[in-house]
Design a protein around this ligand. Sequence first.
Ligand SMILES: Cc1ncc(COP(=O)(O)O)c(C=O)c1O
Length: 387
Amino acid sequence: MISYGKQSIDQADIDSVVEILKGDWLTQGPAVETFEDDLQKYFGAKHVCTVSNGTAALHLSALTLGWQPNDIVITSPLTFLATANCIVYAGATPDFVDIDPISYTIDPNKVEKKVKHFRSVGKNVKAIIGIDFAGHPCDWQALREIADKYDLQLVNDNCHALGAIYLNDKQYAVKYADLVIQSYHPVKHITTGEGGAILTNNSDLDEKVRRLRTHGMTKDPNLMENNDGPWYYEMHEVGFNYRITDFQCALGSSQLKKLDSFVEKRHKIANRYNHSLANMENLIIPKEQSATKHSYHLYPLQIDFEKLPLTKVEFFEKLKNAGIQLQVHYIPIHLQPFYKKRYGFQTGDFPLSENFYHSGVSLPVYPDLSVDEQKIVIEKIKQFLNE
Ligand SMILES: Cc1ncc(COP(=O)(O)O)c(C=O)c1O
């Protein structure tokens, strides 16, 4: 079965993990620090705190930024559940702003309109979470301007966009957002199995994230009320065990060395799809805006099923029977029963995201997808859409 995404592991990755398994450290050892240093260098971040997964990174971000019950946090409905759930974890109120029709990322004009509206009725908007959807960066310049103008915190859910370029800059993420979230789940650009990180240039935020990663404990004499001896620690706020292990981080460092080549391979695959599908009727291929490099975590193809004799479900089934497992990213979050019931969102609230959901399918894209496998995917898509 050809799936929509898959990890790429080679002998160097395996050797790096085996080496750690033979050593003294399994949990938080030197490989964690090395991976954090490697991420720091690659992404140009002053601080990187690795955690057990991307959802934990979002949860710690929400707590670190101090979101409270009366705070509204705005994000895009076109994302994975975890992006919005972290707002709920903190007890704050999630709200959404529709996507830009070209980049499929949150539309800054609509963000500003919404913030102005909330301000005019005395409601407190606290933060914006942008998602670099599918690997295409948000309009971070515009989002930063809005954040500065209205004194808002800005978070980048960067899970899809490792290795992407914005305004000719691969290290863009921490330059615009206060906190940047990554995930190293196997379908992402690099993997540690489960894993994630929070990147920032703000040392206070980093220190707080680090405390919350380990139960809220501190051994910093400047923060402690007492100091009974070298074993002593204190807890001033409640935290979690969101640590990642040493052997996962060894895999992470080994994978990171290949990130650029992984992105190049994804680009080649995307170019082949573009070339084969661009001129077909009823299809919209993903676009790359100028001075931007898409990192193609996903290849989202839009198909106008209303103009075709087959439904999306039938298309899915036919491809599955031909050995190709597509995916859909995403069911817009405001349509989830939890969000409808608790916050009153309705079908029709965010029409561009909803249309995207109805027409969108994610085609297979991962470094080890062979040219022959991709040829089969393209051939079958053409066959089923033209039948
Ligand atoms: C946009 C986005 N945010 C957050 C997450 C959560 O990451 P993790 O699966 O590592 O918890 C994902 C993972 O699928 C994601 O795609």
